[in-house]
Design a protein. Sequence first.
Length: 493
Amino acid sequence: MSGRGARMPSPLRSLSARLLVLTISFVMLAEVFIYAPSVAAYRYNYLQNRLADSHIAALALLATPDNMVSEALTAELLKHAGAYVVGLARENGSKLILQGQYVLVGMNTPDDEEIDRNETAVMADVTIHLGQVGFFNLIVDAFGTLWHSDNRLLHVIAPSPNMPSDVVDILIDEAPMRAELINFSERILGLSIIISLFTATLVFFSLHWMMVRPMRRISESMVAFRKNPEDVSTIVHPSARSDEVGVVERELTAMQLAIRDSLTQKTRLAALGTAVGKISHDLRNMLTTARLVSDRLAESGDPQVRHASPTLVSALDRAVDLCTRTLDFTREGALRLECRNFALAPLLDEVRADLLPDRSKGIGWEIDSDSIAVFADRSQLYRVVANVALNALQSGATLIAMGVRKTSEGIEIDIRDNGPGLPPRARENLFRPFAGSARPGGSGLGLAIAREIMRAHGGDVLLLHTSGKGTAFRLTLPAPDDRRGVAPRPRSH
């Protein structure tokens, strides 16, 4: 494993820091949605309190025969109510008015009452029918109070909180209410900051303990494992957790162990391949010498020697072929494809002509390829088709049928035979080198090499079915306009 290893992020860019910022932001956002109805309710309660105090102040007029009190007491009552003018319409139809130096224009006063020379007639800037205002209007009015920095006169009309049958209307300043709303907002802001920090801390440490720490441990293990997969200490040790993190830990451990075992096996196989290659090279030279000697034995005058000679020659040929295939497999390395466009029909006919030059042997061969073209390495594709067909002939098949069709995913080449089928052991190790041979003396390299070639083209070799009535393989290739994993088309001159 080469290349620069990944580094863990700095604390400010870590998942923990982002989690903390997000938690604080979300809590503050939630507080904003809580603040709007809270400030509206505070303003509503403030006005309700002014109405209740004004109702009590107006009832003081009932203690006098003429519903009049002295100017000093009037000023004291209005100061207690926090209003300039207080009007009370009772259930029995009577009206009481408590006013000082201001007279509210538009308030229901007796028709014969005149404004005293010491009194000043004023008009309200805003009239609020508090009992008729909806929820969202209360929120809008509350923010309107906070928005206006100038002192407005408010004419508030609503049923009395103390006695709903009585209607109270008052004239008050908006500035005191605005000051209290600002103080209330500051308290809400401070409380929101404290709640957000407290909540964020709890959420942060909880998620840090449950998620961030194990994820960081998993990440560090992955980085260390990438640098040195063969080091056992880099494998993560799974915890006993039963949640998703526990599943990830156990699956990662299983994957790391599997990769480590695979790398160990591949290392051993590479060393073994080198040794086998050297042994096969020397053994092939020895067998070639023995083959030459066996040819001379075939000319011997001893009938028994001449009779045994073909068997010996055949055995030596198989041994030489096995050594040659083994050398090819260990030396080839990564395939280098020389792809081009060509028609499949001539290639299939060529395979038939090479494998079955004598059509009089009673072996049937059917080809259905139409005019389909492919983009591939012709010599390598010939090698794959010939290998699959040769295996069928060597297994005892008397009929081989090849069919080609074009699908939405690419090109499919089906090769079917009527042979005896593959034994169970061959099916389990079909594409494993030296293990998937279905006949005595086979090397088990043919289908392994065929799959390697097809996968280098971006396709594959698949076993469709096998039974006592025959076997069917499918070769897949990408469509000519879909060359994933295939060498680029050479430029034409």
